[in-house]
Ligand binder design. Structure first.
Ligand SMILES: NC(=O)c1ccc[n+]([C@@H]2O[C@H](COP(=O)([O-])OP(=O)(O)OC[C@H]3O[C@@H](n4cnc5c(N)ncnc54)[C@H](OP(=O)(O)O)[C@@H]3O)[C@@H](O)[C@H]2O)c1
Length: 397
């Protein structure tokens, strides 16, 4: 309350107040209002429905507003009510407390649906609640090593252009130089570009893959299973992603947030879970090989824009959020899959001249892919779960 007195907070809105921490926050403010009844804080509790505990707390200065953070109509209606309550003073403090946590037992147990629902409530919800911008709200808120390590197969998503296409080109060139021991290169994309089509050959396959469509992912697993056979899949590179150019938090629509999380997080989650048996098979076949990409590995192509610590502005909010989430997903995968002999890394490929990176980027796709290949051929057990850039240098979360 010292802080409340020092900076007179006139109003506070808390989401998810029916129970738990949200309810306790309302109790706290209610107690403070009793002690300092000359300067009461307008406490606006919000939740879906009203619990009896919360109902008991309502009073002259403690309000309740119905609010489902995943429902834009509900958010708009709540903004109107809160606006009426706070009037010209606006809202001082918004506490985004509402959240859910599914009780899954690890990455393989976490369904795409659970991931979607969790993002809807825990990420898109708080973003949607930004609509509470009532007046005074401020949101202070090389192939040598490939031979040595014997990578037999690699799968690249988003392979029809950009970094993904260059990764395929790299492996194709290596196969030309080392034709006695070709790598099975499985390029996946939802469309086949002429450049990718030109590269298809005996050892370079194309599999249609829309990472957001579970049926497409499952169909791809069947085809890849036939391609790799009993050797399994050594290396899965989750490269496909989107970045829309929303301008900051307020410029980022719920739709943009949803689409970006769906492609950049749920996509890699679904792809890895579905391809896990093939990765595990490769790890078992190479059980005498040290943990590495030659045994079994997942490379999640992340971005430095996903570093929370290094974030100085909100440009491309949804993309930043998605890559930060991808980094956490990588940690979870690393923790769950190490026992299966699979290592997982989050990799920043540098700022690269592609459709996504734009023409001003300093790196060509060739330079970026050389850096990625160095990481592929040098990562070991000690890099499992890490978020890295060129030369496997650790990137701050
Ligand atoms: N370029 C950079 O500066 C930079 C920097 C940091 C990180 N990255 C990361 O590097 C990776 C590759 O980026 P890039 O620059 O090469 O991007 P890009 O040129 O825009 O290519 C993106 C690729 O992702 C595919 N894709 C998008 N949505 C998909 C979906 N739903 N299902 C299947 N494929 C889908 C695209 O296929 P379509 O052609 O069908 O759309 C395309 O092949 C991304 O993960 C990106 O976040 C890039």
């Amino acid at each position: 309350m010292k802080v409340l007195q020092q900076f007179p907070i006139k109003s506070v809105l808390v989401t998810g107040c029916n129970r738990g921490i949200g309810l306790e926050l309302i109790k706290y403010f209610a107690e403070q209002n009793k002690e300092k009844n000359d300067q009461p804080v307008k406490v606006i509790s919000s939740s879906i429905g009203l619990s009896s505990e919360l109902n008991d707390l309502l009073s002259e200065h403690i309000f309740h507003v119905e609010l489902n953070v995943t429902d834009t109509k509900s958010v708009s209606a709540a903004v109107q009510k809160v606006s009426d309550i706070v009037g010209n003073d606006g809202l001082n403090l918004l506490i985004n407390n509402a959240a859910i946590m599914h009780d899954d037992k690890g990455v393989l147990d976490c369904s795409d649906q659970a991931m979607k629902e969790t993002f809807d409530v825990n990420v898109t919800g708080p973003l949607s609640v930004r609509n509470f911008q009532i007046k005074s709200i401020h949101y202070h808120f090389s192939m040598k090593v490939l031979q040595k390590f014997l990578i037999k197969s690699v799968l690249v998503t988003g392979a029809n252009r950009g970094i993904g296409l260059e990764l395929v080109r790299y492996f194709v060139e290596q196969n030309k130089q080392h034709h006695e021991q070709p790598v099975k290169v499985i390029s996946c994309s939802r469309r086949l570009s002429p450049e990718l089509e030109d590269m298809l050959s005996e050892h370079v396959y194309h599999v249609g893959l829309e990472v957001t469509d579970n049926m497409s992912v499952q169909a791809a697993v069947k085809i890849v299973s036939d391609i790799v056979g009993a050797d399994g899949l050594n290396l899965l590179i989750n490269n496909a992603a989107i970045m829309q150019h929303g301008k900051g938090v307020l410029g980022c629509s719920d739709q943009e947030m949803k689409e970006t999380l769906t492609v950049n997080v749920i996509g890699p989650h679904s792809v890895v879970n579905n391809f896990h048996p093939l990765l595990k098979l490769a790890a078992e076949c190479n059980s005498d090989t040290p943990l590495s990409c030659a045994r079994a590995a997942v490379f999640n192509i992340s971005s430095e824009l996903g570093s929370i610590q290094n974030t100085k502005n909100s440009f491309t909010t949804a993309y930043r959020v998605s890559k930060a989430a991808l980094n956490m997903l990588t940690k979870c995968q690393a923790s769950d899959f190490i026992k299966d002999g699979i290592i997982c890394l989050s990799v920043h490929p540098g700022w690269v001249r592609t459709d996504l990176g734009g023409p001003r980027a300093p790196l060509s796709t060739k330079e970026s892919v050389e850096d990625i290949m160095h990481m592929i051929t040098h990562c070991t057990e000690e890099h499992n779960g890490m978020y890295v850039r060129k030369n496997l240098v650790s990137e701050p979360y």
